[in-house]
Ligand binder design. Sequence first.
Ligand code: BGC
Ligand code: BGC
Length: 590
Amino acid sequence: MISHFKKWISILLTLTLIAGCAPKPIEVNEDEVLFKKIAQLVQAERNNFAYVDSLEYTLGSVLSGGGSHPTSNNAAGWRNLVSQYQKQSPTPIIYGVDAVHGHNNLKGATIFPHNIGLGATQDEDLLYRIGVATGKEVSATGVHWNFAPTLAVAQDIRWGRTYESYSEDHNIVSSLGLAYIKGLQSTGIAATAKHFLADGATKFNPDSGYKLDQGDAPLDEETLRRIHLYPYYEAIQEGEVLTVMISYSSINGEKLHGSKYWITDVLKGELGFKGLVISDWEAIHQLEGSLYQQIVQSMNAGIDMLMQPFNWKSVVDTMFRAVKNNDISRERIDDAYERVMYVKTQLGLLDNTFEMANESVINSNEHKALAREAVAKSLVLLKNQNQVLPLQKTAKILLIGPGIDNAGLASGGWTFSWQGENSSQNLPQATTLKKAFEAVASAHGGMITTDRSKINEVDVVILALAELPYAEEVGDATDLSLTGSMMHPDNQDAINFAKTSNKPVVTILTAGRPRLIHEELKDWDAFVMAWLYGSEAAGITDVLYGDLDFTGKLPFTWPKTSNTDVISSQNSQRDVNQILFDIGYGLKTR
Ligand code: BGC
Ligand code: BGC
């Protein structure tokens, strides 16, 4: 590593000499230097970038896409993965993952609630601590860079990435995003503010083919700045976030990946962002023209590193040609290169002072307790009739519905795999709702059953409804009813059973966004929104049994219809007739 450092220093000295117009040292091949610099501006995916490749193409970065992990999916396996690349690379790579709710690609990691649930807590201190915990688990695997947090201010909950957004309110997004960035970066891990800009403002318009994910945001500049740019000010100026990822989406028809105005003038100029700007996964291919033209446009717009999981080799070669042809200036390449080096320097990669956390932090008792606290604080109580809550610890309880014993559904997309898991199988670390109920009941002489034939023996029915897991465009939904897009097929049967049970019913909804409940709500005595809470369902029983009271408040307006583009509190044309519960609503039991 020391010799790598020396090599890097010597390249740097040479470059400084060139820049200073000193006589050219004869031994330096300028093209080789340029080629190496350009390789630093490209990121490949581990599956498509073998260790030997890094000998020839010393890429700046390697990532694990959603769910991508080493064969041994444990701390040692991950450390080995990263260190193999480092051994081959004269300039250390920076390794990135999406640890968007805990280190979610790592088997056995603590899975925190997705951002929408954390938005309900409005607890900055909690977000800071979750940033620290996530940073430590990431660091323990030798990874340096986390593509989080999402600073989307989602305006239409039909969007499949709504759960990655803290709130429809930019103030909540901003304060929680900032707290998380500070926590994460305090552990020596780089954060990413994403996706710049207005990824949460895309407009759904089936008639003109507009979609929500990767769609278009038709907005005036004042609204863009006031709502969607705002969290970036805080992230950059207060949080000193090291990286920013560009959004697949467009603003008024212009793709962000090609926008010099938003990236160079506003983000780097006005906001003074000093770190590195990365493109999203193959996103430059959504720009017009050939690969050559896509690279020229995106680099000239101000992107510093291209996330090109598969075709990284032709991207390096093509960018090299574009610079030789003067279609991308050398100054632009130098700026991008310096920004990549700046981030690597900040993380201690170049002088080998990057410090890995001890692997004992992974799903430690402390992290489990933190996740449990987060779950308890994220729950929002929307109805509680006849004081059915809190439950008696001695109560006899029937659990029904697809959400009762399934950690995959509780965690949603970006958990173990990109689209998430349909069962608990790959999440053995998780406490499911059923396990959490059983723990309380067995300690206090209560009774928990999932056997519907025991209905006459029980005091109360817990109806656990769930969405299927999804990520990105797969989650775009046109029908938000309880049987609509992305809802689990078993919900209806459980709803019917509960309705005719003649017992008090407490409904718990596990979902990445509000769903339409106004017709069913009258059949339920209590209704709790649990979001995508992750691996620590004991946080739910802590509150249901009354050890803690509910404190969560809705981070999004709750709709009455699927026309959810007109309900956000940030929308000047808001239609109050479409609203069931307003943002900020949430009951207590005492
Ligand atoms: C997503 C990003 C993510 C990247 C890498 C993209 O599809 O939009 O949020 O960071 O993939 O996994
Ligand atoms: C990857 C994700 C990525 C997505 C983009 C998936 O195969 O695992 O990380 O965001 O592709 O489409």
